[in-house]
Write a protein that binds this ligand. Structure first.
Ligand SMILES: Cc1cc2nc3c(=O)[nH]c(=O)nc-3n(C[C@H](O)[C@H](O)[C@H](O)COP(=O)(O)OP(=O)(O)OC[C@H]3O[C@@H](n4cnc5c(N)ncnc54)[C@H](O)[C@@H]3O)c2cc1C
Length: 388
């Protein structure tokens, strides 16, 4: 790993900071209140080539790696965008771009990657189902082959951007779980066009980030051309796993990014706000909890950089990715909590944004993998028996 100043990294950092300066806290406060998709911000990410960071040059991308994507996400989050720094990149520019680059056919790459890189195509990722929950191997969405088509039936839950996405990568079963030797077999991924009239989408009213919708999605006899199968039939689990590490890295970047945004805002406030004749930041009861959280965020970010580096080398990185995600989220949550404390009652007011960052960062402990499941994976890696 290299810690000297890489000019391309400094450029990504300064570009992300410029975007975040334009689309800062006041912009997101308004977008959230109005429940509006942030199209101008999405377009700004396209102008900066951020949607194509992970896409090969021959398909219009910048052909960079997770180190650059993680840096862009963390900087966007920390410099003013909050969760939107990761949220508007992780599904399309992260998961879909990686899945298609690594497992797509030449025709799929030609059809989807240039549009993703240009910011002209928005993907959602359909993994979660209400009944299966965290146990993805229990997905009940079925894909039955009928000639050169597959017919999809089933329901997904919480699928972000599915109300407006052009496509969804849908996790299905082509062979039922009770007919395969291992639960990881029999899973297949499909790239589905979302304008199909047999797909119904119903937004779930939610706690935060109402500048996006996360929805229940119903598939009823949805016919998908066989050429839209992503990766091998029945072997989709392994293609899916390839996209999950980038997603967890994205959420690790969000954890420290939102945490730093809240902490930096609170530190500025703590330098100005006087109650007993000195700035509240002079009281160690205010400064130490934030300083400790900051130190923990710095170490978690280092672990994320290790995970990114391993990912970019094509090395196994599941352990490092889960450690980075779990620790970044804990440190970030502590930072936002202590920032709210530093603001006193004003931490509860919408105008100071810290209450919104609190709502936003809560997602990172629930998704894309819950903290408990991340610790389950880490526990197994360090020698504990599998508990589920
Ligand atoms: C705003 C939002 C956006 C989302 N966007 C998407 C999306 O775009 N695409 C998508 O596919 N999904 C999405 N999700 C879904 C998200 O990934 C899941 O909610 C998450 O994986 C948890 O699944 P669950 O809610 O069914 O929890 P459950 O599986 O019901 O778990 C409930 C609780 O039990 C715990 N638990 C369960 N099993 C174990 C075990 N073995 N050991 C320890 N603890 C356990 C869990 O950690 C959790 O705390 C989104 C969720 C939210 C809230």
């Amino acid at each position: 790993m290299e810690f000297s100043s890489d000019p391309s990294h400094r450029l990504i950092e300064s570009t992300a900071a410029e975007i975040a300066a334009e689309y800062g806290p006041a912009y997101w406060r308004e977008k959230e209140e109005q429940g509006e998709f942030a199209q101008e911000y999405w377009d700004a990410l396209a102008d900066a080539d951020f949607h194509g960071l992970l896409i090969p040059e021959e398909y219009g991308g910048a052909e960079m790696g997770m180190q650059e994507m993680g840096l862009a996400m963390e900087t966007l989050c920390a410099e003013g965008c909050g969760m939107a720094g990761t949220w508007y990149l992780v599904l399309t520019a992260g998961m879909a771009a990686v899945g298609i680059t690594k497992h797509g056919t030449p025709e799929q790459k030609e059809r989807f990657l240039p549009d993703i890189a240009a910011g002209d195509r928005n993907f959602s990722i359909g993994i979660t189902e209400a009944k299966a929950g965290t146990n993805t191997l229990n997905v009940g969405t079925r894909a039955e082959q009928d000639g050169d088509e597959y017919i999809l039936n089933g329901e997904k839950a919480w699928i972000t951007f599915s109300d407006r996405a052009d496509n969804m990568i849908v996790v299905t079963r082509t062979t039922p779980k009770d007919e395969v030797e291992k639960g990881t077999q029999g899973i297949s991924l499909f790239i589905v066009d979302m304008d199909d009239p047999n797909i119904e989408v119903s937004p779930i009213p939610k706690h935060a980030m109402n500048y996006s919708q996360s929805c229940e999605v119903f598939f009823e006899d949805v016919r998908v051309p066989a050429e839209n199968l992503l990766g091998e039939r029945d072997e989709g689990w392994w293609a899916l796993v390839d996209t999950l590490n980038p997603e967890r890295i994205g959420f690790a970047a969000a954890g420290t990014g939102i945490g730093k945004l809240a902490a930096n805002t609170a530190i500025e406030y703590a330098n100005e706000r006087e109650v007993f004749g000195t700035p509240i930041g002079t009281h160690q009861a205010v400064s130490f909890p934030l300083t400790k959280a900051y130190a923990r965020m710095e170490t978690a970010a280092l672990m994320r950089q290790k995970a990114e580096w391993l990912y970019d080398q094509g090395e196994p990185c599941g352990y490092e990715t889960n450690v980075a995600k779990a620790t970044a989220v804990e440190a970030g949550i502590e930072a936002v909590k202590q920032s709210m404390q530093a603001f006193g009652g004003w931490g509860y007011a919408k105008e100071y944004d810290v209450e919104r960052w609190w709502r936003e960062i809560n997602l990172t402990r629930l998704a894309p993998v819950t903290q408990q499941m991340a610790y389950n994976h880490i526990g197994q890696q360090i020698g504990f028996p599998k508990s589920y």
